[in-house]
Design a protein around this ligand. Structure first.
Ligand code: T1G
Length: 703
């Protein structure tokens, strides 16, 4: 039963039980409404407690309901019944009380929570304005400033902080139902009655320009390229100026509008895509299916090796960080020490946590520790022969059921694995720098990699709280392939056609990327790209010009920010790009060499060519079976390459544009003769011709 109604003497308990996160759907609303009506009508009941079974209180509205008309009863009716109940109503919370779940709790008269409960309004991360009274009741409970922060950040707070702010009235013991009942009986004993939030005085604190400006500044990074904040301000203004009944109407209108927005559709797509990518057809990837990791060995203490070691230690996994020479090992351990010190200094973790995590990482100058590791990850220099001989050595000493992983970003995983005795236990774990921060993990499946090894890769991603996406072992896997064969290649062609790097970057930043392609190239290190391409083109070649500007800059040593010069110049200690007057003649000379004439290119064309190059290469990758879903590609680009989440990823964005229009545009680009690679991928052609979308394609493969 989704909502059961139980009695504890004269206290009734409405218990919601809808695994896995008690998301609120029509059944939950119906059950809670009936419980409120029953408690109100039954004279033997003196109080009602609303609580949940399972790992959490209600974690919000059921997002799958939000795509269409929400079935009855409406949230407003359910929450009004709780608020108007003639008996005290207590919300007893645990786990992650989010969105509509917190709104329901705010419509109750009293709120108690187990210590450690997380409470928040994450709707803005989904491009939604809360629609169940949150923007009207929250400021009445915590004041305008804190309401602004909770609604604009979408970040939950814990129960202790919620108590400070007045969002929670009481912290109760670990058994939330008993704690709720006990708290309700104490309230009754104190003669407490119903305490509708609506009857509280209007929100404390101004909603004036300085307050709004301050809030926008505090959340500038999260709100970059977003629009939902405007509705938040309008709804809060209604909360401060109108009676709550009118404020609720304003909120309901704005929330309904936000649900229809392209921004929200895109963000909800990414939400579900990030959860779907761990489902691999034919493999049971549910948690617990993979063996527990007791110890991991990481070989290579460079930037990637030390970052990967931190990601493992942050997840509580003991790590042996192995290097061949002392200096390199000390440098790696030094990077780790410094990073933890910085995190503690910035208050991201406390000193003790930093110490404890460091203590999980043990340096070694021999491969010995790998002998009893459950997983060995090599992160040495990107050289095929070096990696192969290392994997062969590791393969000869590790236990039979240990997993061997390579952090290669360009080499053939299948070829590396073929050198070992058990290729089925070799997997690619392509972390992104900084590996302890970046959420994306490309899990590369070699030709012989077993289902069990894939399962272990996905379980590791879950353990590291990363988004693991399984990809095929092709040229540059998925992310790098799309960057090199699409986005960055097109950005280079624009340079060769005489377009200034600033114009290319600002067009893509306007589109929503945090940083344009040239600035990313300089930040990541132009030489890194050159080296990856040198290895890649050992697998497959590409007709010139193929990243000739970057390779020329690498040859000159102008490898980016780290040397103060790349596509741009950088003043010492600064990351702000400055034009480099010597770039244009270098590019002009290369353009002449490849017969590329300069021409006028609008910002719209820059955006179109860069984005559609991603879409077309993405479709080729799907055609070649190197990604399971178009949605997986969206996850890779939004969580690993800075593609704006509010556009849903390149494939979702193409669906939004309409694949017919996308094909027309690519055909036009193809006929311009600018570049030979503008040929519509067969999959894209087929979908457009049949009026279907990438989302349809994904669905057709799931059934
Ligand atoms: N609706 C539907 N399904 C949901 C869901 C939701 N709100 N939340 C989670 N799931 C599914 C998810 O897809 C996955 O399914 C499974 O539950 C486990 O989730 C009226 C309009 C709660 C912190 O934004 O942040 O309320 O893949 O893998 O890592 O104003 O889920 O197993 O099939 O993420 O432990 C506001 C969204 C909604 C919270 C748990 N609420 N959820 O994290 O598990 S809008 C949210 C989360 C709203 C109101 C408005 C997380 C979590 P499957 P999981 P987790």
């Amino acid at each position: 039963m989704t909502v059961s109604f139980e009695r504890r003497g004269d206290i009734a308990v409405a218990l919601v039980d809808r695994p896995p996160v008690n998301a609120i759907d029509a059944e939950v609303r119906t059950g809670v409404l009936q419980a409120a009506q029953r408690a109100a009508a039954d004279a033997t009941i003196r109080a009602l407690v609303v609580a949940c079974r399972g790992r959490t209180f209600m974690s919000g509205a059921d997002l799958s309901e939000l795509g269409s008309t929400i079935p009855p009863p409406p949230y407003s009716e359910v929450l009004q019944a709780l608020e108007d109940c003639n008996k005290p109503v207590v919300a007893a919370m645990h786990g992650t009380t989010l969105g509509g779940g917190l709104e329901l709790a705010m419509a109750c008269h009293y709120r108690c929570a187990v210590a450690g409960t997380r409470l928040g309004m994450p709707e803005i991360t989904l491009g939604i304005l809360p629609g169940a009274g949150g923007t009207q009741r929250l400021p009445r409970l915590v004041g305008m400033e804190h309401a602004l922060d909770l609604l604009l950040s979408g970040t939950p707070i814990d129960a202790a902080r919620a108590l400070e702010l007045g969002l929670v009235d009481e912290i109760v013991g670990a058994d939330v139902i008993e704690g709720g009942v006990e708290y309700a009986s104490r309230l009754l004993a104190m003669g407490a009655g119903p305490r509708p939030t609506a009857s509280r005085p209007g929100p404390r604190g101004p909603l004036d320009e300085p307050t709004l400006a301050g809030a926008l500044e505090r959340h500038a990074r999260a709100l970059r390229g977003r629009t939902t904040q405007k509705s938040v301000f309008e709804a809060l203004r209604a909360a401060s100026e109108l009676p709550i009944s009118e404020g609720l109407k304003v909120e309901a209108r704005l929330s309904a509008e936000s649900l229809e927005s392209a921004e929200s559709r895109a963000l909800r797509h990414v939400f579900f895509a990030e959860r779907a990518c761990s489902r691999i057809p034919g493999i049971d990837t549910s948690s617990g299916a993979a063996a527990e990791l007791r110890r991991v060995a990481v070989i290579g203490a460079g930037t990637m090796g030390s970052g990967i070691s931190m990601a493992l230690a942050d997840a509580g996994i003991p790590v042996s960080l192995i290097e061949k020479d002392r200096a390199a090992l000390d440098r790696g351990l030094g990077i780790i020490r410094e990073n933890y010190a910085q995190s503690a200094k910035r208050g991201r973790i406390d000193e003790a946590t930093g110490q404890a995590r460091q203590a999980l990482i043990a340096g070694s100058l021999s491969l010995e520790p790998a002998r009893d590791a459950d997983l060995v990850i090599e992160a040495v220099f990107e050289d095929f022969d070096l990696k192969r001989s290392l994997l062969v050595e590791v393969d000869s000493i590790v236990s039979a059921d240990a997993i061997i992983a390579s952090n290669t970003s360009s080499l053939s995983l299948t070829a590396l694995a073929a050198a070992t005795r058990q290729p089925e236990r070799v997997i690619g774990l392509h972390f992104f720098s900084p590996a302890n921060v970046m959420r994306l993990l490309e899990i590369v499946r070699g030709a012989r990699t077993s289902d069990a090894t894939i399962r272990a890769g996905l379980a590791l991603a879950r353990k590291l709280r990363k988004t693991g996406v399984v990809v095929g072992d092709g040229f540059g896997f998925v992310g790098n392939r799309m960057m090199l064969d699409g986005y960055f290649r097109e950005a280079e062609l624009l340079l060769l056609q005489g377009v200034a790097p600033e114009r290319i970057d600002s067009a893509m930043e306007e589109f929503g990327f945090a940083m344009g392609p040239n600035r990313v190239n300089d930040m990541a290190g132009i030489d890194v790209g050159t080296r990856v391409r040198q290895e890649l083109t050992r697998r497959e070649t590409r007709p010139p010009p193929y990243h000739v500007v970057s390779d020329a800059l690498t040859a000159l040593g102008h490898v980016g920010q780290k040397v103060g010069r790349g596509i741009y110049r950088y003043a010492p200690g600064s990351r702000s790009p400055l034009p480099d007057p010597e770039l244009a003649p270098l590019v002009r000379a290369l353009a002449d060499k490849y017969g590329i004439a300069p021409r006028e290119v609008s910002a719209g064309e820059i955006e179109q060519r860069c984005v559609l190059s991603l879409v077309n290469v993405g479709a080729q990758i799907l055609d070649e079976g190197l990604a399971y879903r178009a949605a997986d590609i969206d996850v890779i680009w939004t969580s690993g390459y800075g593609f704006p989440r509010s556009r849903g990823g390149p494939m979702f964005h193409a669906d939004t544009l309409g694949l017919g229009r996308v094909v027309e545009a690519i055909e036009r680009l193809g006929s311009s003769g600018d570049a030979h690679y503008w040929r519509v991928s067969p999959l894209l052609q087929g979908l457009a011709a049949t009026g279907r979308t990438f989302a349809d394609w994904d669905r057709s493969r799931e059934s």
